[in-house]
Design a binder for this molecule. Sequence first.
Ligand SMILES: [Zn+2]
Length: 331
Amino acid sequence: MDSFIESLPKTETHLHIEGAIPWELFDIRFPGEFPQVPEFRKPDFRYDDFQQFEKILIGHALRVIKSPEDYAEIAKMLFAKQLSQNIAYVELSFHAGMIEFLKISGECIIQAIRSVVPDGLEVRIFMGMRRDSYSSFLGPLLEEAVENWEGLYGIDLHGPEDLPTKDWIPRLWSIANANGRMLKAHAGEFGSAQNVKWAVESLGVKRIQHGISASDDETVMELLREKGVVLDLCPISNYKLRVFDNWDDYPIRKFLNQGIRCTISTDDPFSFGNSLNDEYKYLVRYLGFSASDIAGIARTGFQTADLQEYQKKEWINRIDHLLSLEEGGRL
Ligand SMILES: [Zn+2]
């Protein structure tokens, strides 16, 4: 099963570049200063809370990221890791707050990332922002971005879900939609199913990042199914951030049984020490997923990707072929 997972063509549609700094980069930049495996990247480590997670992530990210060139270096290493796992399509976000904090250009960040996309990998770039990101400095830039920035595929809402949802958020999502940008939001990670409902109904998002708590509310699950909203799930992230305690409680099967489309991603591999292959292997190990279940997740990834129909078909045929070999080999 491990080699089946590794060889399977995959997509990754929930990934933050600041949370995806390859650990090796710290040794390259600061030789000897960082341990080979820090405590927080060990498989059994779980964060006390979201604040601890953010503190460790931001503290490290700011050591490395100062300029668009740093984004390019991180993206180049990240994309190489993704290709080595047979990932063919990626939706990657950068944090809008970095524009204000580092006083660097968001368009330059996008161009820097785009400049290192290798052959064989399709990459779509999103700008992520928090519920309190609309400052006097950043607000006008966010509006300019969704209207005019070249190479900005879409926007995403992230960070603490308990911050108030201000009016600028639906307004910006609506302008972004009118300008053909793809809409996402993090919801239902630590917040309730109502947050998921709000993201779908008030922001018009087509993809929810996480959405775990939707499993508490039949009507919200029905809404997701009816609107064809995709849940970009990150099981290891959810486990390490204590969104759930026991793997038996992880609702992915419940979602799939309800006809809700689900994909799998790593979220912040810097913080969780995970790879996309690990995510799939955990579904097998902890949730009893079969090769066919695994192939189904990978298939959904391509079906819901921004690719040409013939490309989707090629990838899905490849998945089906590998599945038949895997199942045939075990008869
Ligand atoms: Zn996320």
